[in-house]
Design a protein around this ligand. Structure first.
Ligand SMILES: [Zn+2]
Length: 122
């Protein structure tokens, strides 16, 4: 693959992972939306059936709150990369471990702050 960037991003691997996850979320959303509207393979349906199944597909396949949340966190992670604050805990300023970034590249918190947040203490 040709690389056009001159400056190496130390977090390239995480950036790729973030993009992949972002596309995954957006793709399945777009695909499901299209499936809800188009229904190309269902053969002959009357209009009422079509409308009903489109409606329920829209409901079933809309992004969940968790997915929307994740997209937001991915967005924020990209922003932190741009600002050079990626891999720094947004709460306490500690460096977020490499292993943790590999598992959850969109995380804004170090493991300690994540625990606090999960306990509702943050
Ligand atoms: Zn922290």
């Amino acid at each position: 693959m040709a690389r056009t960037k001159t400056k190496a991003n130390p977090y390239q691997q995480h950036e790729d992972a973030l993009r992949q996850k972002q596309h995954q979320l957006l793709d399945s959303y777009e695909r499901d939306k299209a499936a809800g509207n188009a229904q190309p393979d269902d053969g002959i349906q009357d209009l009422a059936d079509k409308a009903a199944s489109a409606y329920s597909k829209e409901l079933n396949f809309s992004l969940s709150d968790a997915e929307r949340n994740l997209l937001m966190m991915i967005d924020e992670a990209f922003n932190r990369m741009k600002e050079g604050t990626y891999a720094i805990c947004t709460n306490c300023g500690a460096t977020i471990g490499e292993k943790r970034l590999q598992a959850v590249p969109w995380t804004p918190f170090c493991i300690d702050c994540q625990e606090l947040q999960e306990k509702g203490l943050l």
